[in-house]
Design a protein around this ligand. Structure first.
Ligand code: FES
Length: 169
């Protein structure tokens, strides 16, 4: 073997080694890209198993036993935007959400003519929820109420009591 052949053989062997290195690199790159793609697809599939929804509290809720509501009582149900009122002729649940822009109303108990006042823009309502003044365009809705099988009072805020009929208790 002369030195020219030796150099060509050496260059050829070096080229093959480079080709093998390149192939190995491309294989690793392809494998990594495939693994990342599969992992991404698996994450997206897993996301479909959990619904992408916003959970809100139920609009139908128990407010306790009847004996917790003496005659003449007004009870704000915390976190529900509702007041339960018990009078001699029955009970009703009135919304405490202002019909103007949705602020939470404050019950008024030091003025017999006013039942609720809005801290945002000053609307006022009677104890029955009728608009007295301010920018509120509509009366406050009453919600359906009933006693369940266990004797607990239930407010169904998903149903407006259009007749404004009191629960006779
Ligand atoms: S939100 Fe109540 S008066 Fe405007």
């Amino acid at each position: 073997m002369n030195s020219e052949n030796g150099a060509a053989l050496s260059a050829n062997a070096c080229g093959e080694t480079l080709d093998e290195d390149r192939r190995g690199f491309v294989k690793k790159l392809t494998g990594t890209a495939l693994a990342l793609g599969l992992a991404g697809a698996a994450v997206e599939c897993a996301r479909f198993l959990k619904p992408n929804v916003l959970y809100e509290p139920s609009r139908v809720f128990k407010v306790g036993a009847l004996e917790n509501y003496p005659f003449g009582s007004r009870t704000v149900i915390e976190g529900r935007g509702v007041e339960v009122v018990r009078e001699r002729d029955g009970m009703h649940a009135v919304s405490l959400v202002c019909t103007h822009l949705g602020c939470l109303l404050k019950p008024v108990d030091n003025d017999p003519g006013v039942g609720y006042a809005c801290p945002c823009h000053g609307s006022t309502f009677t104890l029955k929820g009728e608009v007295l003044g301010g920018p509120a365009p509509k009366d406050l809705p009453w919600y359906e109420m009933y006693l369940d099988q266990t004797g607990a009072l239930v407010v169904d805020a998903s149903k407006v009591n259009h007749k404004r009929s009191k629960l006779p208790v």
